[in-house]
Design a protein. Structure first.
Lengths: 434, 521
């Protein structure tokens, strides 16, 4: 009874929310995908904080029709990934700005915008757009991803047919204090293709980003993301990935700001002998403003002999909140799976908190899966050791914070990118030194 | 003829080097399948099927309860009627028709309460004798005899012979007898059926009943609050170390009958008690419901050890029948330096839904949870614990070993919560799962909530299959596959087995082997 009532209320909320949304028009393929997404959303309704999946993060601020303005911030740090040889594409307030961007052309890569492709009646992206998102709705519903599919007009459709010569870098700038950014990317890596995809910047007062990635057999996808320095911004991201055989998928995120960030990962290892890593480093300081960061990961092992890793490290202070919900699901028959998951938090004071639900669901016997989670303060002995070597307390603490986070950064293969992220992190630590 | 029979036929067989006597014994009993599946043919009084106000009034009347108790039950019933069955656990079972169950079943011979055990129906006494439960005070608990030949260290407490265990025996809806009551009374300990406690010690019951598990805590606990018929009551006065172990043995016998027992244990300041609980039921094709509530109150410097061997009928190989076991167990460590230790060996039941929890309210209080959950065939278990740290310097430790075989599903679900006030607290959690066969599942769902930074929480979980190399090693030493498996599984679960009181450790080890019968080869 009560459950039925709750669902009815959620559906009503979805209908109400959609009545205030601009529903985009487009060609046949995209219209079909959007209508399907609307149907999904009407069926699921909007999430509430009573939903198990939103146990630790309140979805309210992500759902409202309007979002509160967030003051613009001047970021005097060197642009993220600015030193790298990259194809740079700039989005301002969620819309591609051709003037600031490089040309949408590179060897072995075909790039169009969603806006452009949506005018066509048929497009290769129709096999993926909203499709991986739909598959990712079970066993856990993600209505806000469906809302994105239904309403997004901006994004990139990228098809990679071989080794991409340079990383594609998307820089999200903000020009408006208020307003939403809604972007939806589709990336397809054909057999044996390889791409590094970089994302950076604050994007919008409130960002909803969905990325659907299809990694074919023998392909390799590498994703690195940072979310800018704007304190008040909110972001909800979904990364849906389907991974073939002998393929590789890696994603790393750095979050050091934002009133609310939730990164959802839905990754399915469909083929055999593949590898997936999802990792993140988080440093949050409540003195900058509210800080709530949530990584929610769902990795499904469907093929045999695959390996997955989840590595998340969070440093929290002054009332910051860190959340980790990670799941490894090993399907029947996914033998020889190697699943690993670690989530660790360092709480620098009495006001911060870490909430975690590291889950394993295993339906095959010849597997090795493990997870670990630890929460605690800075190790007094390590601090004492450094201080006894003449390192001032403040510096010693900073060193320990960086050492703690470096285990997540180690998951980044590319040295230049790792150094770039490391620099960002060091600047943050310096600015927030107690 | 299996090799098990060979061992059994040849009791003088020399124990192989490196093989525990216990393991050999455990393996010997493999093949007996569910030992306790017999039914006692006895005349019963049933209340009409279903649950409603009349049934609640009737149960209350049968127990000669005071008005306040009836009111409490009716309140619970009212709340329950507005609640929905929880659906979050990883268990699947056909919808339960709560109106198609008997809520009260009593052996006819218990109509006039027997004055002593001598007056109890011999058929009932024979039932417990068959189960190995001594209801005569000169007897000692089965499994203890010959214990001094056990080589394991730490089991060799002096004076084991004649070690006493007081027993409260609950048969369907009523307690049929409680032993050693007089001797316990001399120490000031109250140990009696809860129905008796409601009549004889209303001040204690009124004060503590529902104070740990509130009347409408959850769906099953609320149902229990309305219809519980009996159970055990224990009060240990300040400074008393209970002179013997206390135990309750629950037996479901009647068909289509639910058992709803309520246990309330109060350890007053500086006291200590070790409490054991066992349960069995006959083999039947239809599932039966068991929804119990256990409340533990632990005052300053007091300690309770609560051990369970849950061996309800698990259903057959195809998942027919078995007990649905929906249990709410919670300990409230109210006083400073209080301590509780839950140990459970869960081998029975078709469906288990059970989370013995610790509220660590008092400063420096401690909670421990040791669990072995074995599921085989079509069994499903969703079990774990909650450690709620409220006081300063509180400590908790969780060791959970899940073993899944056949087509069974085995889930550990737990919560560790450090409140802002719980400074300098510690938790350590270790959850290991072992999978035997590729049709079963093993799952881990821990919740970790840390709201202060002087506390430290560590959680580790692993899932693996029985190591082929270990199996090969055992096989190459001449053990057959089932012997080898029992040895490896007992080794896997050793940390928990060692936490059990001696009497239960024996039973638990053989249960480990029996439960896994038929899961290899």
């Amino acid at each position: 009874m009560r459950r039925a009532q709750a669902l009815a209320a959620k559906r009503e909320a979805a209908a109400e929310r959609l009545s205030r949304a601009d529903l985009p028009k487009g060609g046949a393929w995209v219209t079909a995908a959007r209508e399907n997404a609307l149907e999904r959303l009407h069926r699921m309704g909007l999430p509430t904080r009573r939903d198990e999946y939103w146990r630790f993060t309140r979805p309210d601020a992500l759902i409202t029709a309007q979002t509160a303005p967030v003051p613009l911030m001047v970021d005097e740090d060197a642009p993220q990934f600015g030193e790298l040889d990259r194809l740079n594409l700039v989005f301002v307030d969620g819309v591609l700005d051709a003037a600031q961007s490089d040309a949408l052309a590179m060897d072995n890569v075909e790039i169009t915008t969603l806006e452009q492709a949506a005018t066509q009646d048929i497009h290769w992206a129709r096999d993926l757009f909203g499709v991986l998102e739909t598959q990712g709705q079970a066993p856990v519903e993600r209505p806000l991803a469906a809302l994105n599919t239904a309403t997004a007009t901006q994004g990139l459709l990228i098809r990679v047919t071989g080794q991409a010569p340079r990383p594609i870098s998307v820089t999200y700038l903000r020009g408006n204090e208020a307003g939403d950014g809604v972007v939806h990317h589709v990336i397809r890596l054909e057999k044996g293709a390889a791409l590094t995809f970089l994302e950076s910047g604050p994007a919008a007062a409130r960002l909803s980003a969905v990325t659907e990635v299809d990694v074919a057999d023998g392909a390799s996808f590498n994703h690195i993301r940072t979310q800018g320095r704007d304190h008040g911004r909110r972001a909800l991201t979904h990364l849906f990935a389907r991974i073939g055989s002998d393929a590789s998928f890696k994603s790393f995120s750095l979050t050091v700001n934002g009133a609310l960030s939730r990164n959802e990962y839905v990754i399915t290892l469909e083929g055999d002998d593949s590898h997936a890593t999802v990792s993140g480093a988080v440093a949050g300081d409540g003195n900058d403003g509210p800080f709530h960061q949530d990584d929610t990961v769902f990795i499904t092992h469907a093929g045999e002999r695959c390996e997955s890793r989840q590595v998340f490290k969070k440093v929290l202070r002054n009332g910051a909140t860190g959340v980790f919900q990670g799941k490894i699901l090993v399907s029947p028959g996914a033998q020889k799976t190697d699943g690993y998951q670690i989530s660790q938090a360092l709480l620098l004071d009495e006001d911060s908190q870490f909430l975690a639900k590291p889950e394993l669901e295993i339906h095959a016997d010849d597997v090795a899966c493990s997870h670990g989670a630890t929460v605690g303060a800075i190790d007094d002995e390590a601090l004492f050791y450094l201080m006894s070597r003449g390192v001032p307390r403040r510096l010693a603490q900073d060193m320990l914070v960086l050492a703690f986070l470096s285990e997540a950064l180690d998951e980044i293969d590319n040295d230049a990118i790792r150094d770039d992220i490391q620099t960002r992190l060091e600047l943050w630590v310096e600015r927030h030194s107690a | 003829m299996t090799s098990m029979d060979k061992v059994a036929d040849n009791p003088g067989a020399k124990v192989k080097e490196g093989v525990d006597q216990e393991t050999v014994e455990a393996v010997q009993s493999v093949g007996e399948k569910y030992k306790y599946g017999f039914e006692t043919d006895i005349e019963m009084d049933f209340a009409p099927k279903g649950v409603n106000e009349d049934i609640v009034r009737l149960i209350s009347k049968k127990n000669d309860e005071p008005e306040w108790m009836l009111e409490w039950r009716l309140q619970a019933l009212n709340r329950w009627q507005q609640m929905e069955e929880p659906d979050w656990a990883m268990v699947n079972y056909p919808e339960i028709d709560f109106q198609d169950i008997y809520y009260y079943a009593r052996p006819k011979s218990m109509e006039d309460r027997p004055k002593s055990l001598d007056d109890v129906d011999p058929k009932l006494l024979a039932t417990y004798e068959k189960l190995g439960i001594p209801l005569k005070e000169q007897m000692i608990l089965a499994g203890v005899e010959g214990a001094d030949s056990t080589p394991a260290e730490g089991r060799m407490d002096a004076g084991l012979d004649g070690r006493k265990v007081a027993v409260d025996a609950v048969f369907d809806s009523v307690s049929v007898g409680t032993t050693f009551q007089e001797e316990l009374a001399r120490a000031g300990v109250i140990f009696c059926p809860i129905s008796e406690a409601i009549r004889e010690h209303p001040e204690l019951v009124k004060k503590y009943l529902g104070s740990v598990v509130p009347q409408s805590d959850n769906f099953y606990a609320t149902l229990n609050s309305a219809v519980f018929s009996d159970g055990s009551f224990v009060y240990i006065p300040p400074g008393v170390r209970c002179p013997m172990e206390l135990s309750t043995y629950f037996r479901i016998n009647a068909e289509n009958t639910g058992q709803f027992e309520r246990t309330l244990i109060i350890a007053d300041k500086g006291s200590y008690v070790s409490y054991l609980e066992g349960c069995t039921a006959p083999k039947r094709d239809t599932a039966q419901l068991h929804a119990a509530v256990v409340e533990l109150v632990i005052m300053e410097d007091a300690e309770i050890k609560y051990s369970t061997v849950q061996n309800w009928f698990p259903g057959d190989e195809e998942g027919k029948g078995g007990i649905y076991n929906f249990v709410t167990k919670r300990a409230d460590c109210r006083g400073a330096r209080s301590k509780v230790m839950w140990t459970q060996v869960e081998t029975g039941s078709a469906v288990t839904w059970k989370y013995p929890s610790c509220i660590l309210r008092g400063d420096d209080s401690q909670g421990e949870f040791y669990s072995i959950a074995i599921t085989n065939n079509m069994q499903q278990a969703d079990t774990g614990t909650k450690m709620i740290h409220l006081g300063r310097n509180t400590r908790s430790r969780i060791v959970s070993k899940g073993i899944s075989a056949g087509r069974a599903q085995n889930t550990y679900r737990g919560l560790v919560s450090m409140h802002p006030r719980a400074k300098n607290s510690r938790n350590y959690t270790q959850c290991d799962s072992l999978l035997i066969g590729d049709k079963c599942g093993a799952h881990t769902v821990p919740y970790i909530e840390v709201r202060n930074n002087s506390s430290r929480v560590e959680h580790e979980a692993t899932t693996s299959k029985v190591d082929d190399e270990q199996l090969f090693y055992c096989r190459s030493r001449g053990m057959n596959e089932e012997e080898a498996l029992a040895l490896i599984v007992n080794g896997f679960a050793k940390e928990v087995l060692q936490a059990l009181p001696m009497e239960f450790a024996m039973e638990a080890q053989s249960l480990v082997a029996i439960s896994l019968e038929g899961s290899v080869g």
